[in-house]
Write a protein that binds this ligand. Sequence first.
Ligand code: PLP
Length: 417
Amino acid sequence: MSIPFFSLDLNSSEILKVFQSVILPFNKHNSKKKLTQILEERFKNKNISLLPSARIGFYLTLKNLFKEGDELIFSSMSFPLYVKIANQLNLKVRLVDVNIEDLNINYELIEQNINSNTKGIVATHLFGNPCEIDKIKKICEKYKLKLIEDCAQSFDSFHKGIETGNFGDVAIFSTSLLKIPTTLSGGILVTNNVDLNYKVDSWIEKNLNKANIIYDVKLLIKVFLSILNSIPWIYSIISDKIFKTLNNHNPRIYRKILYSGMGMEEIVYNPLERNDLKKYQIEIGIKQIKKNKRMTEKRISHSHFLNKGLFDEQNIRLINCNSNSKGNYQYYVIEVKKNAKNFFNNIFKNGIHVMEEDVWDCTNYGFKIENPNDNFEQTKKSNPNLIRIQNNSYLNKKLINKILLEIKKNLNETGKF
Ligand SMILES: Cc1ncc(COP(=O)(O)O)c(C=O)c1O
C-alpha cells in the first residue's frame, strides 16, 4: 500500500459536517463568529480576521502598513510568493541567510542589513520550527520596524512557552488544504492593529463576496478529491499509479501538482483569485482547532520516532528546532547530504511518496532583491537537498515504521551511487 503525502485527518462526522454545510450554507455569520471567538481566546488581546488564504492577508498587510520604496527584510528561505508580492507592491526586498540548524533567518545577520529605508522584517517559522522571534522582536523595537510573522506552518508552535503569532505586529497563519489546522484553503490574520484588522475585514467583505458558481464547484471538487486521496487505501487504488507514471515520465511533475498552491505559475499575484470562506470551510476549521492538540502530539511523537531511528545515519542531517522552542512538526524535513535526487526517486518508486522540498531559496526565482551579490551560503548548501517526509496524525505506528525502514533502506542504496 502506498502512503500518500498528506492527510486531512477528518473523521466521518467531520466529513458529514462538510456535506451538511455544503447543502445548508446558511447562518455563515454565526459560524464565523464562533471561530473568531475561539481564536480570540487563544490569541489574547489580538484582533482576528478569517481569510480565504494566508497570501491575501500578507498582500493586504503590506499594502496597508508600508509605502512604495520601503525596504523589508526576509529570510532567504521564505515563501517565494511573499517576496513576489513585495516586488509587485514596489517594496524593496533584502534577503538574510539562515542558520544551518533550523533553516530559519540568522538573527545575528539582521542588524548589518538594516538601513534608513528598512521598515519591516518578515520572520518565517519554517517547517513549524519557531525562529528566534523574541530576539528579532527586540531588533524591531530598537529600529522601530514592523514585525510580520509568517506563521503559515506554525500553528501550535511555541517559543519560550509563547505561541508563535503573539510576537509580531501582524501574524498570518495558513489553513490551506495541506496545513494543520485546515479550513480546506484559508488563513487567519492575527494583529494588535485595530485599523489593519478593520481594513482587512472590510476589503474581504467588499471584494470577495461575489457569487461565482464556477469557483465554488471547482473548490468543492478539489476538497472532495483531497479527502479521498488522503485515505491510504483509496490513494493506493486511485492516485498511486497516476503519480508513479507521471513521476517516471517527468520527476518534477508530482511536486508541481502538490506545489501548485505556491502561486508561482501566474506572472502576478491576483488578490481577487479566491472567494471568501464558505460556511463548510469555517465549520471544519472549528473542529480542527478543537482537536489540534491531539494532532500535534501525534505528529511530535512520529517525529521523535523518526529522529531516533535516523539519528546515526551518515547521509542525512535532521533539521532541528532551536533549544528555546517547541515546534509542531507540521513538516518533517531532512537534508540528504549526497544524491538527494536518487534518494527521492528510489523511495518514491517504493510507494513512499515523499516530496522534494527544494523550493524555499528565494534567490532562485529572479526576484528583484537589494543584495543579489551576497552568497547565502547556508541556503545554497541546504535547500537543494531537502526532502519532506510524510508526517500527519492520520498515520499510525505501523505506517511510520514502514516509512522509517524505507528511508533507511533507500539511504543505503543511495550511498552506493
Ligand atoms: C511558509 C508559508 N508562507 C505562506 C504560505 C501561503 O499560505 P496560503 O497558501 O494559505 O496562501 C505558505 C503555504 O504553503 C507557506 O508554507
